[in-house]
Design a protein around this ligand. Structure first.
Ligand code: GDP
Ligand code: IMO
Ligand code: MG
Length: 460
């Protein structure tokens, strides 16, 4: 029995879908435990490409059970669309289970998400730094994730089980719609046409239809999973987003609204930490980020574009261009610590094949007010270079102003996408990987050099 967590170790889009798909082969049950349809997990099977948003990537392999846990926020419209998308491609969803305790996303959540981002954008234009503003534009996916988790925490949310009880559903929906319409009008100037989809009659009608479709999938997944673990089934926990987008440990407020780190597994499924046997971090061989927020190792525009084109770095959910940057070992060390990663999978190594030189960030320097005052007093013209930080900073203001310290390594200038054996990797590629292990004190157990299942190497 080995129950493995697959967790994004950077800012999301590390290639979790691909690695989950591979590990599914030797698992029995695959579970999503947090996030929602903000996720976009790509799996390539031969000539076919699948993008999963809510359903665990394990669904692509026959006879595996797939669970959407209580920690996930479910947009029924997106879920039904995904079910239809899979069925149209002859992928059966008969093994899908949805937790009765999972919270449901409604049209008003999506509207609040989208309009609050719009309002924040206008506000940001008049604000100097943006980060200290209470209504900062996060660059969300607009899928209603934040507002749905807000309702959950405020104990106003509507859960999957509520959809199955007409009386309860009607009453809860009425209270929510009344409140949300007021908020949408007062705070976000929502127009009548925008509000039309969020009104009670329209939502009630649509969601009672959705409930009929989803009813067969909804059950007590917590009991099911704990019994399955007891009987020796192997569970794979599929994380969404990335550790630096975690609401507690990420670059707050530029984060998502759930615990994308390993802790989310226990609360998001009702499983004891005793049942988690291995924690695998998924790490891109460089760094990307979608949306706003600090990104110390971000490339300049020209280099960013180059890597974006080679690596096809466009969001799987929104198709937004991803921001790209050098590998950040200091950030990964933080991720290794908060997740207790046992090992990591390095993905997209092939994207670096053409580079002459490759940089790794080994630390951050930060010049605080005291240093700056000292410079002024010394009249030394910014002589001091700032102190090296000993831990990943919590304040965005600090993170936005750190200066990354780089080590430069020679590139390998060789195609790696066809290599099947770790020992056959170019010498400089092996040196790059070894340096990552040394700097982060974590072992690399998987190396990926292409999107396909076969372009994967297991170390040991
Ligand atoms: P996820 O959200 O973590 O599952 O990652 P995404 O699917 O959003 O983005 C990762 C992208 O990289 C997808 O298009 C994958 O097909 C692709 N990919 C994964 N591993 C590799 C790799 O080793 N090399 C290349 N070239 N592409 C990869
Ligand atoms: P996967 O699972 C990358 C980002 C958004 C935004 C922030 C908050 O594919 O790795 P949200 O809609 O969650 O309120 O947006 O989080 N974000 C992701 N970035 N990959 C994801 O998922 C993401 N899910 C959310 O771009 O910056
Ligand atoms: Mg993704």
């Amino acid at each position: 029995m080995t129950n493995i967590v697959v967790v994004g170790a950077q800012f999301g889009d590390e290639g979790k879908g691909k690695i989950v798909d591979i590990l599914t082969e030797t698992s029995d049950i695959i579970c999503r435990y947090q996030g929602g349809a903000n996720a976009g997990h790509t799996v390539i099977v031969g000539k076919d490409k699948y993008i999963l948003h809510l359903i665990p990537s394990g669904i692509l392999r026959k006879d595996k059970m797939c669970v959407i846990g209580n920690g996930v926020v479910i947009d029924p419209e997106a879920l039904i669309e995904e079910i239809k998308y899979l069925e149209a491609r002859d992928i059966s969803v008969k093994n899908l289970m949805i937790s009765e305790s999972a919270h449901i996303i409604f049209p008003y959540h999506k509207l609040i998400d989208q309009l609050s981002e719009k309002a924040a954008e206008n506000n940001d234009k008049n604000c100097k730094t943006g980060t200290e503003n209470t209504s900062t534009k996060i660059g969300t996916t607009g899928r209603g994730i934040g507002p749905a988790y807000t309702d959950k925490a405020a104990r106003k949310g509507i859960r999957a089980i509520d959809l199955l009880d007409d009386e309860v559903f009607k009453q809860k929906l009425k209270a929510n719609v009344d409140e949300k319409i007021k908020v949408l009008k007062a705070l976000y100037n929502a127009s009548d046409s925008e509000l039309k989809n969020a009104e009670f009659n329209s939502v009630y009608k649509k969601y009672t239809e959705y409930a009929k479709i989803l009813k067969p999938f909804i059950s007590n997944t917590t009991t099911y999973l704990n019994n399955a673990i007891k009987s020796g089934k192997k569970i794979l926990f599929e994380g969404a987003q990335g550790s630096l987008l975690d609401i507690d440990h990420g670059t707050y407020p530029f984060v998502t609204s759930s615990n994308a780190t390993v802790g989310g597994v226990c609360t998001g499924l009702g499983i004891s930490p005793h049942k988690v046997n291995k924690i695998l971090g998924i790490v891109k061989a460089y760094t990307t980020r979608v949306g706003s927020g600090p990104f110390p190792t971000e490339f300049d525009a020209k280099m960013s574009e180059k890597i974006r084109e080679i690596g096809d770095e466009y969001g799987a959910t929104t198709r937004r261009p991803r921001r790209c940057g050098w590998f950040d070992a200091f950030l990964l060390k933080h991720s290794v610590m908060i997740n207790g990663l046992d090992s990591i999978a390095i993905t997209k190594l092939d994207i670096l094949d053409s580079l002459d030189k490759i940089k790794i960030c080994v630390g951050y320097r930060y010049k605080d007010k005291q240093d700056k005052n000292k410079d002024n007093k010394d009249n030394s013209n910014n002589k001091s270079v700032g102190r090296l930080l000993d831990s990943f900073p919590a304040a965005c203001k600090v993170l936005e102003n750190v200066e990354p310290v780089y080590e430069e390594l020679p590139g390998w200038k060789e195609k790696t996408s066809g290599i099947k054996d770790f020992n056959k990797l170019p010498k400089n590629a092996k040196a790059y990987l070894k340096r990552i292990e040394e700097l982060t004190s974590v072992k690399i157990s998987i190396i990926s050099v292409g999107a396909e299942r076969t372009q994967t190497m297991f170390v040991d």
